[in-house]
Design a protein around this ligand. Sequence first.
Ligand code: URP
Ligand code: ZN
Ligand code: ZN
Length: 537
Amino acid sequence: MASTSSTIKLSLLLLLLLLLFLTITSQSESNHQFCEAGIGYGESQCGIYSSSSTKLLIKGGTVVNAHLQELADVYVEDGIIVAVKPNIIVGDDVTVLDASGKFVMPGGIDPHTHLAMDFMASQTVDDFFSGQAAALAGGTTMHIDFAIPVNGNLMAGFQAYQNKAKVSCMDYGFHMAITKWDDLVSRDMEIMVKEKGINSFKFFMAYKGAVMVNDDLILEGLKRCKSLGALAMVHAENGDAVVEGQKKMIELGITGPEGHALSRPPVLEGEATARAIRLASFVNTPLYVVHVMSIDALEEIAKARNSGQKVIGEPVVSGLVLDDSELWNPDFITAAKYVMSPPIRASGHAKALQAALSTGLLQLVGTDHCVFNSTQKSLGIDDFRKIPNGVNGIEERMHLVWDTMVESGQISATDYVRLTSTECARIFNIYPRKGAILAGSDADIIILNPNSSFEISSSSHHSRIDTNIYEGWRGKGKVEVTIAGGRVVWENDELKVVPGSGKYIEMPPFNYLFNGIEKADARYLSSLRAPVKRSNS
Ligand code: URP
Ligand code: ZN
Ligand code: ZN
């Protein structure tokens, strides 16, 4: 009898402790303003999903596509947009969202992220769950991350990234980096394209001794990309010259974060951009230049595009809205949080990049979200070369592009949709499944209130990073609702996300940039005169 009662007491005590633990955990989560659900739809720990209904009607908003803006309702069933037209009437089983006075737009697609990436003796602190949760809170509903090969092996890299992405709560795709060259890499590129849904490969022209490749490899890679219909991407900085610049700064005693910017000036970005463009022209294959940060690189892209070459330029939000002044901040951590490559440039570059976006010389905006916390950044306290490179942006991009570009009158709402979503979907060949509010498209939708405001702070953002390079930024135009795959995941400043609910989006080869490539090759060949017959040959 006595032992039964002590067992009951012990069980009660354990139950009490468990309850206490659950209360503390749920409080710390709600402090962070998101509510992680159990695996599987509708198993939220913090309430019934508003999205448990598979039918949604977004009523009375201005629907904005890249090609057209119109007053219309949007009806969604089972994750797919079913109808876009005025005055849709629905039954009681449909969740209705009022969007009057607001813009209804395709969710953002971020073409450039690094989640859970091992880099510079650290791993980025946002993984595929926390980074995507942050993205959704900011109106981005898909991203394309860079899968990094393992010791040069593409298949191993792909598998590693498949594992990392198992916790995904939104749709994602992969680019693949090429870090060495041999027959296996060449063969695996084909497998990636034909069987794994990858249609782009990135070549790093910087980070010597780590992932940097030389011109020889770039040429092989460009030829292989062309034959597979895959898009070649470059990180364009002259990595050899960067090492020289770094040595110079250290010799001058400049060891702090400002040395980072000084060691890799815009001329090195311009040189590598020009070189990559010329090699792509020689091979006659399209080229995508990632994180265009300077006027020098921009001018090379503009020149190539004006001459008819198929070159895409992707500025990232940090380069678009910031300047390098904080790198000279006397506080190391404040300065180090701005360290990324190519560096954020002196004032003047950002304005030029904005103008290039508004006139069509640059085509889409990414983030290069690649976040390290203060302790990781401190690895370089005595030597800027050891500061892990990377900044945040996945959560802030949609707001900052609206505030900087639309609010200022530089671009229209339709341009905004093109630059933040549609063009990315077109380039990576998933349009109109993504990047559009059309019947048949995936229901990845945001409702943006142009009259509402936002403020950015590390104390309220959803990324795991402990700093924010946009700290204190206040602006107009707030993403009030995010719908991903037909589920309302962000509403009333609350996230409802489900690890494992994000889908891998396969991206087919031969995007629109490849149209005409064969004809141009044929024209070139037919323009060659017959080999000269010489008597001595
Ligand atoms: O500083 C950066 N950009 N870190 C991420 C890696 C890269 O170069 O894209
Ligand atoms: Zn890069
Ligand atoms: Zn990057």
